[in-house]
Design a protein around this ligand. Structure first.
Ligand code: NAD
Ligand code: ZN
Length: 278
């Protein structure tokens, strides 16, 4: 269960709704004009579609397809819902609605995968794993020998750690208020883990002390505006890069001193790890 599900339930979903956006399955049938998948194909579902035609899809550095907006309507692109219960409509979630045995998706919301791929494992590629791993290698572009910090050690944070490790980071510091997460984080590649509640000082000061001048790459993988500010302030003052992976609730404002940008720090967002889904 991706952390995003919980956020959306609290936020602005249309009810009743079939949630779920991390999934894999087998194409049962296709509609008219569908040419890139056929019945029997194994696919993963894409909460972030790839239409292949919009300005984002045509830009090699961009993955935020304009058709993502469809996921905010809770309907298919023709304005209908394909689910009903006792004659009443049931809404879609994130173009996917994967907590169901059968679902209806747009062609641009599925990616064909290898026929031997185990569905119960590859489903994680459709959100959590790709999001974290890609945030490290595509968005932050973690460099060999660097120092990284990852705030939030859920499924997505663990995947960020794996990406930092694959990119050759020398030091990867996991940060979480739940110390039960530390064991898995160390298995995934963290070199040390810390709990902000164990310190009297704010966590950004702890990280600057631990590293001498701040971490080179920092990731907020919680979705908490205060932790975004702390992660940003933990970065090296000039070449530090902070990536927001956590989903901030709609309307949330960040409270970050403008002065922190003067020396050159970078703050950026990342969706689905920067990957083009298809
Ligand atoms: P999760 O709930 O499993 O993990 C969050 C972790 O943060 C937990 O281990 C929790 O203990 C820790 N945490 C909570 N408050 C904290 C604090 N104040 N300080 C330190 N640690 C704290 O969530 P997840 O499934 O790993 O997802 C993480 C975030 O990524 C969510 O916000 C989710 O919405 C977001 N997300 C974004 C994208 C994207 O494309 N950008 C995709 C998937 C998920
Ligand atoms: Zn597009």
């Amino acid at each position: 269960l991706c952390g995003t599900e919980m956020k959306v339930l609290e936020d602005k979903a249309l009810y009743p709704i079939i949630m779920g956006h991390e999934g894999a399955g087998i194409v049962e049938s296709v509609g008219e004009g569908v040419s890139t998948v056929k019945p029997g194909d194994k696919v993963i579902t894409l909460f972030l579609p790839q239409c292949g035609e919009c300005a984002s899809c045509l830009n090699s550095e961009d993955n935020f397809c304009i058709q993502f907006k469809q996921s905010q309507t809770s309907l298919m692109s023709d304005g209908t819902s394909r689910f009903t219960c006792k004659g009443k409509p049931v809404y879609h979630f994130a173009n996917t609605s994967t907590f169901s045995e059968y679902t209806v998706l747009s062609e641009i919301s599925v990616a064909k995968i290898d026929a031997v791929a185990p569905l119960e494992k590859v489903c994680l590629i459709s959100c959590g794993f790709s999001t974290g791993y890609g945030a490290a290698i595509n968005t932050a572009k973690v460099t060999p020998g660097s120092t990284c910090a990852v705030f939030g050690l859920g499924g997505v944070g663990l995947s960020v750690i794996m990406g930092c490790k694959a990119a050759g980071a020398a030091r990867i510091i996991g940060v979480d208020i739940n110390k039960d997460k530390f064991e898995k984080a160390m298995e995934a590649g963290a070199t040390e883990c810390i709990n902000p509640q164990d310190f009297k000082k704010p966590i950004q000061e702890v990280l600057v002390d631990m590293t001498g001048a701040g971490v080179e790459f920092c990731f907020e993988v919680i979705g908490n505006p205060e932790m975004v500010a702390a992660a940003f302030a933990s970065c090296h003052e000039s070449h530090g890069v902070c990536v927001i992976v956590g989903l901030l609730k709609f309307g949330v404002q960040l409270n970050i001193s403008g002065w922190l940008f003067f020396s050159g720090r970078t703050l950026k967002g990342s969706v689905y790890g920067g990957w083009k889904g298809r």
